[in-house]
Design a protein around this ligand. Structure first.
Ligand code: HEC
Length: 88
């Protein structure tokens, strides 16, 4: 099974290696850059609109084009956020 963490590792953490994305570094964590303007948090469980991560990988998102993430992988992350972004 493809896990959210394996997608983050292969698509995102190649660049974001200094502070890699995982449950602890995303959920409820404050955003720090202008890429997240309009979003105070990187990820809010169950709330796509409040999650900078979602904004970045949704259609038109900067990190979507930079990472080459597939729409299937985006759907997996979307579903995970909507289901409460559990640490599993
Ligand atoms: C080609 C390199 C690269 C890839 C791949 C990449 N990013 Fe980024 N990302 C950056 C850079 C550079 C920045 C801005 C500066 C920084 O955070 O150091 C950034 C910033 C961000 C921010 C804003 C962080 C904040 O605290 O404001 C988010 C969210 C983000 N990326 C998510 C992702 C996600 C999710 C993926 C995978 C789907 C991804 N990125 C893949 C290079 C990349």
């Amino acid at each position: 099974m493809v896990t959210v963490q394996s997608i983050l590792d292969s698509r995102c953490n190649t660049c974001h290696w200094k502070s890699p994305f995982n449950h602890a570094s995303m959920v409820g964590v404050n955003a720090t850059t202008g890429y997240c303007s309009g979003h105070s948090k990187l990820l809010v469980p169950g709330d796509l609109d409040s999650s900078c991560i979602w904004d970045q990988i949704d259609v038109g998102g900067t990190m979507r084009s930079w990472s080459g993430i597939t729409s299937g992988e985006v759907d997996t992350i979307r579903q995970w956020i909507l289901e409460g972004a559990k640490d599993n």
